[in-house]
Design a protein around this ligand. Structure first.
Ligand code: CTP
Length: 403
């Protein structure tokens, strides 16, 4: 049970989805968590506190102003007790109150007082969700580090269809496990992953880039997190959501990625370089937009970027280092060459330039090579492929550490 010993304050606010919150309490408890429920006044119009008391095994907290409640566990105690505060459902009103830092009831007050992670599962009519006021509040909360879970899209209680449905209790419980879980074969292991392309600026409006979508690296980060690792993801410019429980560092160029990685490499146990790093950058990046002029052609002078993977593998206290190789032919031969040349522990090679595989696709297949062996991972969605790869990495990492 990956939430064994973890303490969760579940804030329930007044939306119709509150009827699903008792089931959420049960699923969190099934995973081993202790749950205390805090209800807003509105929530009590939908579900009775007695229901939550029964499923959580503790009295419900619903007021700031009761001497009795303060004597038992007041807002500061609850704020300190929680390893995580989850608001599910989070109505448009509660999101607005949180965005503005109001402290006008127990739930909002304890959220201001807690140092623990806060996540919300929005649930509301789709027009309310799409309203600029709600979207603005969402941005404020995201920027402040609140984890946003959902909402899903589909049929709504009001009879309309669109985004605004609270995620299902099991889905929420799974996400909480990703955020807080410490079980798994990589528990206590620090994993540093790079993903996406790097963009090398020519001038303020142009750059050299490549077709990497970042999907494989993001899937690797998520897979490592699922195995219980503490994961940092250094990402080039991609439009992908950060996997739950993963710390993300955004970079643009190869040099920025190099700096972000080298700062963290010595403190990491495993490094997975899934980024498609540009090998070269323009020698000069013009501060002004380059004009076409009258010439028929222009020459761009390029200089070599640092090889991040080789630098990590060659550094002091180097982590267990895993590289990727994208090849159009002689995949295994080239990949083994890179394994030896860059002195890395493992390389995951794939064929690019074939349909339905590799760059820009949801699916991929890999041939994983290390000094004494190899393993083929069949064509499958990148998410499950990343899980299989990380399991293999974990085995080799343990073997290398025990040697
Ligand atoms: N890599 C890196 N830093 C670079 C270039 C690549 O860390 N400047 C890493 C990638 O993240 C990937 C692996 O190295 O893990 C890819 O190997 P590489 O030899 O760079 O591949 P290609 O650029 O495809 O090499 P070649 O052009 O020689 O085929």
């Amino acid at each position: 049970m990956s939430l064994e010993g973890r303490r969760i304050v579940l804030g329930v606010s007044g939306g119709i989805a509150a009827y699903k919150a008792p089931d959420l309490v049960r699923r969190l408890r099934d995973a081993g968590a202790s749950v205390r429920v805090v209800m807003t006044r509105g929530a009590e119009s939908f579900v009775s506190p007695m229901t939550f008391q029964a499923v959580s095994g503790h009295p419900v907290h619903d007021t700031l102003w009761s001497a009795e409640a303060e004597a038992a566990m007041g807002h500061i105690d609850l704020a300190r007790w929680a390893d995580l505060v989850l608001v599910a459902p989070a109505t448009a009103n509660v999101m607005a109150r949180l965005a503005h830092g109001l402290a006008d009831d127990l739930l909002t007050t304890l959220i201001l007082a807690t140092e623990s992670p806060v996540c919300i599962a929005p649930a509301m009519n789709h027009q309310m969700w799409l309203h600029p006021a709600t979207q603005g509040n969402l941005t404020v909360l995201e920027d402040r580090g609140v984890a946003i879970m959902g909402p899903g899209a589909g049929d709504q209680a009001c009879g309309e269809t669109g985004p605004g449905r609270m995620l299902e209790p099991q889905d929420l419980a799974d996400r909480v496990q990703l955020l807080l879980g410490r079980a798994g074969t990589l528990a206590g292991v620090k994993v540093l992953v790079t993903a996406g392309p790097t963009l090398e600026d020519l001038d303020p409006v142009r750059f050299l880039g490549n077709r990497s979508s970042g999907k494989m690296g993001f899937a690797v980060a998520e897979a490592a997190r699922r195995l219980g690792a503490e994961v940092t993801l250094v990402a080039g410019p991609v439009s992908l959501d950060t996997p739950a429980g993963v710390e993300r560092v955004n970079v643009r160029s190869a040099q920025e990625m190099y700096a972000a990685v080298m700062q963290r490499a010595a403190d990491s146990d495993i490094y997975v370089g899934a980024a498609a790093v540009a090998d070269f950058r323009p020698k000069l990046a013009s501060e002004e937009k380059i004009k076409k002029g009258t010439e028929d052609f222009q020459t761009i002078e390029l200089v070599r970027n640092p090889d991040i993977l080789a630098a990590v593998a060659g550094s002091e206290n180097a982590p267990f280092t895993v590289g990727f190789a994208a090849e159009t032919s002689d995949v295994e031969q080239y990949a083994r060459g890179k394994l030896d040349k860059k002195k890395i522990d493992m390389i995951a090679a794939n064929r690019v330039g074939v349909d339905h595989q590799g760059f820009d696709c949801g699916d991929n297949a890999l041939t994983v090579l290390w000094n004494e062996g190899r393993q083929d991972l069949a064509l499958q969605p990148k998410s499950s492929l990343a899980g299989a790869l990380m399991q293999l990495v974990e085995e080799r990492f343990r073997t290398a550490r025990d040697e």
